[in-house]
Design a protein around this ligand. Structure first.
Ligand SMILES: [Fe+2]
Length: 446
């Protein structure tokens, strides 16, 4: 983990600093800003939260916001993420329209749909810039709230105030923290599951609207948001079209091969742990997330497998175990099909830890498997795993197929909703017009 802080002590005119990177889009008068735009990443302890924020090579070290506005401090692409306990924490993220604005603040209060004047709490945020191919610098902002109450609605808005008292804030949105299932054993949580939006943002927007109607608590995105991870204009479409949902519901993402481990991905998505292989408890579910396209493929069966195994082991007592990664181990699509590389690397973990449901994308169709253990179809789902492919969030569709493990497959755009209760896990999938796909998933435990 990086611990060094790279930003310089000297005050450098922002215009000159940006020009050093060939940066256009500098409007208005050059302003004084601190930092020499060294983009080698860094780590910052987040006050009030028991975690640190680490940025990667290609981004500045994160630092506390200061009351400085650039030419257009409008908050854009507001979306929520999670780095801590979802019962008590939330991360709000946004970029500013210009790359110079360093003011970062969240205003919030307990209660749904409050007016801006009623947001009585405020907290300073953090910011950092990253270098996105084809677009100059992007200034990201994050506000981290910890110590929240479980199962509780909060209203918030993000933005900032400059030294002259000028304000620029987003609309007010409402989010809800995860329930405390010890105190409320009858609690139900709802997950949206969707992936592979790349290049198909009209369909993506339709599916986002369908998901929003179903009022999820958490979005599980299985990767391939964009065609090439470094192209910021596609990220603008991805987050922009999804803002009505993503500003209200946190997103947990798995890294897809089209993200190519780009700095844009790691800078725009606040995720637990190292952002690649991690786990999160939400309601009665434990969700393990893996990156199946590491920068070094040898990591799959090495350190990534070790990290996933550690998470599966630590969560063995979970009522429901979900595992989300991008490329399916069981897919009958004629395009990619099953990944034997991943079967060899990770399938023994899935079997050993009795994962209930594996969530994938990559093949742009919809498929649900029969219950499986060690590549063998089982008569019941007890101790077995069902594998779901739902890579139809907008990218061009691939032909579906059928193999010995296939329970149902369909060439269609799709997303799904999971309902998680102590004794039951269900999944219902639907097409972009909201019509239901006949085959979902349902499992009960005593
Ligand atoms: Fe993919």
């Amino acid at each position: 983990m990086r611990t060094s802080i790279h930003h310089a002590l000297a005050l450098v005119p922002a215009f000159s600093a940006l020009a050093a990177f060939g940066g256009g889009c500098v409007k208005g008068n050059p302003i004084e800003t601190e930092g020499d735009l060294v983009t080698e990443g860094g780590t910052l302890a987040i006050a009030g939260c028991n975690y640190t924020l680490t940025t990667r090579d290609g981004a500045e070290a994160p630092r506390a916001g200061v009351p400085v506005f650039g030419s257009d401090p409008t908050p854009r692409l507001v979306h929520l993420g999670l780095m801590g306990d979802p019962k008590t924490s939330m991360v709000a993220q946004w970029r500013t329209a210009d790359e110079q604005t360093r003011a970062s603040q969240i205003r919030y209060a307990k209660g749904a749909n409050l007016a801006a004047a009623d947001l009585t709490e405020k907290q300073e945020g953090v910011e950092f810039a990253y270098r996105a191919t084809g677009t100059d610098l992007i200034r990201m902002h994050q506000a981290h709230l910890c110590g929240l109450e479980p199962g509780t609605a909060y209203s918030y808005q993000v933005g900032g105030t400059d030294l002259s008292g000028n304000q620029s804030f987003s609309p007010v949105y409402t989010f809800r923290t995860a329930p405390d299932v010890v105190a409320h054993p009858d609690a139900e949580v709802v997950f949206g599951f969707v992936g592979d939006s790349r290049g198909g943002y009209d369909v993506w927007q339709l599916l986002i609207a369908q998901l929003q109607q179903r009022t999820p608590d958490l979005i599980l995105f299985s990767g391939d948001a964009v065609t090439i991870g470094l192209t910021q204009f596609e990220w603008e479409e991805f987050f922009g079209r999804a803002e009505p949902l993503f500003a209200r519901v946190p997103v947990i993402s798995a890294h897809g091969n089209h993200e190519v481990n780009a700095i844009n991905y790691y800078s725009q998505l606040a995720l637990p742990g190292d952002q690649e292989n991690f786990g999160i408890d939400y309601g009665f579910a434990h969700i393990t997330v893996g990156n199946d396209t590491p920068d070094d493929i040898s990591k799959l069966g090495g350190e990534f497998k070790d990290r996933l195994e550690a998470d599966f082991t630590a969560s063995n007592a979970a009522r429901w175990k979900l595992f989300m990664h991008h490329q399916p181990m069981f897919s009958a699509s004629t395009r990619h099909g099953p990944s034997t590389t991943l079967q060899n690397a990770w399938l023994p973990l899935i079997d050993a830890h009795h994962v209930d449901l594996v969530l994938n994308g990559h093949d742009h169709d919809y498929e649900v498997s029969k219950p499986m253990i060690n590549k063998q179809v089982q008569a019941t789902s007890d101790n077995a795993t069902v594998f779901v492919v739902a890579g139809g969030a907008g990218a061009e569709l691939y032909d579906s197929g059928s193999d010995f493990w296939t329970l149902y497959s369909e060439k269609t755009y799709s997303a799904a909703i999971l309902h998680v209760r102590r004794d039951q896990l269900t999944m219902e999938a639907f097409r972009q017009d909201g019509t239901p796909i006949p085959q979902g998933f349902s499992k009960t435990k005593p």
